[in-house]
Design a binder for this molecule. Structure first.
Ligand code: HEM
Length: 346
């Protein structure tokens, strides 16, 4: 093994990488728990890749085949129901973990230079995760999937100027048909994973380069120590992954993901049709005010959130920092409040 490794080393010099990994230190303090959140998001993404590839072996896109193949996965393929259930549950847990991760790095002000690029690449990952969820939802072609996608695409069509064109490209015409499944499938299983993996690699490389952010108060009080990433923090990370895997397995096995009857585009939409939970806040805002106003409001709040490294840079005074913390609290309360309101009104 040693000879093999040294022969490989002659052709592929990995020493600088090994050196960097061995010297990486992780700060430990009373808020260090939040450092696990990025890793948990990564774990759920890896689960998505593995289960997604397994589903690819049986899933067949197309108006005539999509629902039938999903039904076969649920009833005929060995453990197919479990793999599909894990894929769907893990998708939702991944969105939840990313939200917690994003808010925790926001409150730690880890978006400030030099980590601003890490923040922007993270936002790109969040946007793509939403697109993964949106495109994946249609694929089983059951009635809920069809009507929820219809609502979602109609909302996208309401975006000023470019909305209608985007909706037509997504649908492959003016209606949701077999061609829409084909396009969503191409995006979900080929385009998005390719771009996602590239951006995720950059995100993780930046984390490796800059190390973990120590919150201001902790750094000022010098109330922290450091431990080596390898093997100490990595072991702790793996324990957390094991815990996440347990939660995922229990949910997927006890509450198998349902599959409704095949979509019938001539039928009226079932009562109380709504998008996935992570789109519910926006959905509620759309119900409360005219569509262009809601879209502008949500867009403006999202843009302010995205450019926080510009309006609260590391050089800003303490007052700006406090403002950012209040903005974070307002955003969390706003999103949770609107989501609860939306479910209450179903
Ligand atoms: C699938 C999506 C994502 C994955 C897999 C991921 C993964 C990670 C990992 C493993 C870390 C290092 C550990 C940690 O500090 O938690 C990290 C750090 C970071 N992430 Fe993400 N992340 C994702 C999405 C996001 C999002 C949505 C944002 C914010 C918009 C973001 C911003 C950051 C920042 C600023 C850091 C540096 C934190 C620090 O220095 O302490 N990430 N990410």
């Amino acid at each position: 093994m040693g000879t093999l490794l040294s022969k490989l080393e002659e052709r592929l010099p990995l020493a600088p990488l090994k050196e960097a990994a061995l010297h990486k230190q992780v700060p430990i303090h009373k808020h260090a728990f939040w450092y696990y959140m990025g890793g948990i998001s990564l774990f759920f993404f890896l689960v998505q890749m593995v289960t997604g590839v397994l589903l690819l072996f049986h899933y067949q896109p197309g108006a005539e085949t999509a629902h039938a193949s999903a039904l076969r996965i649920m009833t005929k393929v060995d453990f197919g129901w479990l793999i599909r259930s894990i894929h769907s549950w893990s998708a939702n847990l991944m969105v939840g973990a990313i939200f917690v991760h994003m808010f925790s790095v926001f409150f730690m002000k880890a978006y400030q230079k030099p980590r601003d690029l890490t923040w922007y690449t993270g936002l790109a990952l969040l946007g793509m995760t939403f697109l993964f969820g949106f495109t994946g939802y249609l694929l089983p072609w059951d009635d809920i999937a069809f009507f929820a996608t219809k609502v979602g695409v109609d909302v996208a069509a309401g975006t000023p100027v470019i909305g209608k064109e985007i909706a037509n490209i997504l649908r492959g015409g003016t209606d949701i048909t077999g061609l829409t499944i084909q396009r969503f499938f191409a995006l979900h299983a080929v385009v998005l994973p390719g771009i996602f993996i590239a951006i995720l690699s950059l995100h993780l490389l930046l984390v490796q380069i800059h190390g973990n952010k120590i919150p201001e108060g902790v750094e000022r009080a010098n109330a922290y120590r450091t431990i080596p990433f390898f093997p100490n923090f990595l072991y702790a990370d793996l324990y957390v992954w094991l815990l996440a895997f347990n939660v995922l397995s229990i949910l997927a096995a006890i509450y198998p993901w349902p599959l409704g009857p095949e979509a019938d585009i001539l039928k009226p939409a079932p009562q109380g049709i709504h998008p996935e939970w992570y789109f519910m806040a926006q959905f509620q805002l759309l119900k409360m005010m005219p569509e262009p106003v809601a879209m502008t409001l949500f867009g403006a709040a999202g843009a302010l959130w995205a450019i926080v490294p510009l309006w609260n840079p590391a050089t800003a005074t303490g007052r700006r920092g406090k403002l950012a913390t209040y903005a974070g609290i307002a955003a969390a309360i706003g999103l949770i409040g609107l989501t609860i309101l939306a479910y209450g009104k179903l």
